[in-house]
Design a protein around this ligand. Structure first.
Ligand code: PPE
Length: 311
């Protein structure tokens, strides 16, 4: 995966090897940062564009508000910085990682003081299928994780906060070590929440359900998919469900910027779907997957007129 040779750091584009940070960085010790994951795509009409860039930068601002940190750059400045960074790296299509964190702060300790130093960087790299090429085409194999999504008063679920991702790393590595592609986390009461880095949808008898917002990240891909499915005439419910309801679904898919639309083949050694179709991506998932690929490339203009920011 090629990395961009340039990084945007606190307002300037610099060579990646010069963008170095101190071991006294508060966020390294305590996870006091927030980040985003964004994708840019080559457009049908030529050139590249960033998908839902404004919404991602607004969520970054909200994550920093949750951390009670002051962001030194406006959403508009960050939007401009992102397209400039992609341009500087010569990428039409790439993954984009903005990150804002408490830097080399005068006081290193849990208490960062009244006005901690917040540094902001934007990185680019090329990133293929998040759950592997087999996962994106044939469907991913998932396992209910032994790790749970922390209680809503322990993890601030609306924030994409760096320190909180330790839980995701544990769940992901456990799933991989057990031979699966991804782990699904339950909440403290035993209901499904999401994957280590994706939101979760299930379809049964034509009704689409996705886990409610209480304990999940409010995924931007999830919002896109809900809007798309409603527009296609599907009923979409934000509803809690258990693992046994999930096992018996007709179709399951994961959504996320990195994961895009990834069909699910199997959960806990049970193939999803019935009869000859068991373990194969279902019709709603397949159409969504190809339409999503078209939407992000500006090839289905009836969706999201303002979702693409040209590079
Ligand atoms: N839940 C979690 C926990 C999550 O990390 C993501 C994104 C989502 C849901 C989907 O959100 P959205 O991208 O807005 O649709 N995960 C990002 C990071 C993945 C990583 O390994 O790092 C991503 O997809 O970019």
């Amino acid at each position: 995966m090629a990395r961009g040779s340039k990084i945007w750091l606190n307002g300037k584009i610099v060579p990646a090897e010069e963008a170095r940070i101190s071991l006294f960085t508060h966020a390294l010790h305590y996870g006091t940062g927030a980040f985003e994951g964004i994708r840019a795509y080559k457009q049908k009409k030529g050139g590249g564009a960033v998908f839902r860039l404004v919404e991602h930068m607004e969520r970054l601002h909200e994550s920093l508000k949750i951390l009670n940190l002051t962001v030194p750059f406006s959403v508009e400045q960050l939007v401009k910085a992102t397209t400039e960074t992609c341009k500087a790296n010569g990428f039409d299509e790439c993954y984009i990682r903005p990150i804002a964190y408490i830097g080399d702060n005068p006081s290193l300790g849990v208490n960062p003081g009244a006005n901690p130093i917040v540094d902001v960087a934007i990185l680019n790299w090329e990133w293929g299928s998040y759950l592997g090429d087999k996962g994106i085409h044939e469907g991913a194999r998932l396992k209910i994780s032994s790790f749970i999504r922390p209680h809503v008063n322990s993890a601030m679920t609306k924030g994409k906060i760096t320190g909180q991702y330790v839980n995701s790393v544990l769940a992901k590595r456990e799933a991989i070590a057990m031979g699966y592609d991804e782990g699904l986390l339950l909440d403290a009461e035993g209901y499904l929440t999401e994957g280590s880095g994706e939101n979760l949808f299930m379809i049964k008898n034509g009704v689409v359900k996705t886990t409610p917002l209480n304990s999940i990240l409010n995924g931007i891909t999830r919002q896109t998919v809900i809007e798309y499915l409603k527009h296609q005439g599907h009923e979409v419910q934000g509803a809690r469900f258990t693992r046994d309801e999930l096992w018996c679904a007709d179709e399951i898919f994961l959504t996320g910027t990195a994961a895009e639309i990834t069909p699910v083949q199997e959960i806990d050694n049970r193939l999803i779907g019935k009869g000859a179709k068991a373990g194969k991506p279902g019709p709603i998932t397949l159409k969504l997957k190809s339409d999503y690929a078209a939407i992000v490339r500006g090839d289905l203009p009836e969706y999201g007129k303002n979702w693409l920011t040209a590079i």
